[in-house]
Design a protein around this ligand. Sequence first.
Ligand SMILES: [Zn+2]
Length: 317
Amino acid sequence: MKYFTGVDLGGTNTKIGILNENGEILIKKSIKTLSEKGIVITLKRIWQTIESLMDKKNIDKKNMCGIGIGIPGPVINQEIVGFFANFDWEVDINISKLMEKISGIQTKLENDVNMIAIGESMFGAGKGSASSITIALGTGIGGGIVINSKLISGINGAGGEIGHIKLVENGKLCGCGQKGCFEAYASATGIVREARSRLAINKKNLLYDSLKGNIEKLEAKDVFDCAKSGDEFSIEIVNYVGNYLGMGIGNLLNTINPEIIILSGGVALSGEILLEVVKKKLKQYALPITLKNLEIKLGELGNDAGIKGGIALFLTQ
Ligand SMILES: [Zn+2]
């Protein structure tokens, strides 16, 4: 039996899992990333954890065939990181070579959302499909595009940065510094911003009452919960967000024409209420031919998606 390791390097925690060649996670552990200690020490701590997990499962190092690491930032050629979204680490370092030196195991890197996408594509909601787009709807919007079972990573590692597709000319300011991005409208952050600006004017609604007037406490989930309870004010916000989500996804469908759209991340958990609006709006924004046999599914792997992406990098590319 061959074994692989998937590592999901996060700003605070790093999740590490050992998988067999069928993509089943045999054992996993989360450690503090402690990125302030620098790249080399962090990679060494990750390798020590992998070794201890292999010990526990009696896995011989010679059967460990690859380590796949998901990185919060653009990754070039599965080995070099363009910049780190969360850490103060040096850029343009060949981290894959560095990890191979430390561990003696072949190592590949990929952007963390791309890892989730290839994991879902191979072992989760996209299993059996050759082309899918995974949209991670969280505080931002990330994406991963898989065509013919391969990730589109891009020449500079920015492939799948769908959150910055422009939907509105001179629209709302985005975290990237540009205006009118998909992410500024349909991420959790975008939803909260829209809801707060409406609450500042209209206070006669369930959403305001449920927050007891404390608008600062508002989260995207509150909007969906109140909409589900029939609050017209919140339903209007869901329709507003669903419209932009439909527009963004429609643009992607017209470009890629995938078999499946996989929605993951916190906002996706709002479930049917948002999905219903999106499906309706897609008819307005996507060419009818792209909707033929299209499946829109929620991600199935949750927090394990990144770890499973680790092995997918070795099995597919
Ligand atoms: Zn942007």
